[in-house]
Design a protein around this ligand. Structure first.
Ligand code: XMP
Ligand code: MG
Length: 179
């Protein structure tokens, strides 16, 4: 385990099992539909890579990068698009791939935008869900694991851009935050 990590929340093996289960559900629901999978950068890239290996039907991949505007520590609900999609979503079945769903403000704004652009259907797959933190009404159809309200890193998730490369998800030692 990395020296900065206090404890593991999900092991690499648990993550792979989760990707397998979610991949099978998505395969069943989207067989023959050619969905467009939209990965939200940067946190979702490891999850997306492992998830799609378990989807056994045609999928296409796209990416979006958004940033939430924060007034202090609370999200204002507005998001800024840093990288937009390269293709039209009109009439397409979309699967948004996220690392973690917390207040829901980020995904809510993305879903609104994609609805406005006339997507045929929009579902969310998230590796992690912190339902206790939710502020807007939004749920993911496919959820890997529900976790308590603690800040996690690894497997795409960062603290100050570090730890994305860890193959597992864990909690940071307190001293890392105060450094
Ligand atoms: P909302 O609140 O809009 O935010 O659902 C989801 C986004 O917040 C980030 N986030 C985290 N990032 N560890 C992280 O590294 C966490 O525990 C955590 N919780 C939220 C993440 O970018 C996500 O897309
Ligand atoms: Mg993110």
């Amino acid at each position: 385990m990395h020296n900065d990590i206090k404890s593991t929340v999900l092991t690499s093996e648990q993550i792979q099992e989760t990707c397998k289960r979610l991949g099978q559900e998505i395969t069943k629901d989207y067989d023959g539909k050619n969905p467009l999978c939209i990965g939200i950068l940067k946190g979702s890239i490891l999850f997306m890579a492992d998830l799609i290996k378990n989807i056994d039907t045609h999928v296409e991949l796209e990416f979006m990068d958004v940033s939430s505007y924060h007034g202090g520590t609370e999200s204002t609900g507005e998001v800024k698009i840093l990288k937009d999609l390269d293709v039209s979503v009109e009439g397409r079945d979309l699967i948004i791939i996220e690392d973690i769903l917390e207040t829901g403000t980020t995904l809510n704004a993305i879903v609104d935008l994609l609805k406005y652009r006339k997507a045929k259907s929009i579902e969310i797959v998230t590796l992690l869900d912190k339902p206790m933190r939710r502020k807007v009404e939004i749920e993911a159809k496919y959820v890997g694991e529900k976790i308590p309200d603690e800040f996690v890193v690894g497997y795409g998730l960062d603290y100050q851009e570090r730890y994305r490369n860890l193959p597992y998800i864990g909690l940071l030692k307190e001293e890392v935050y105060t450094k």
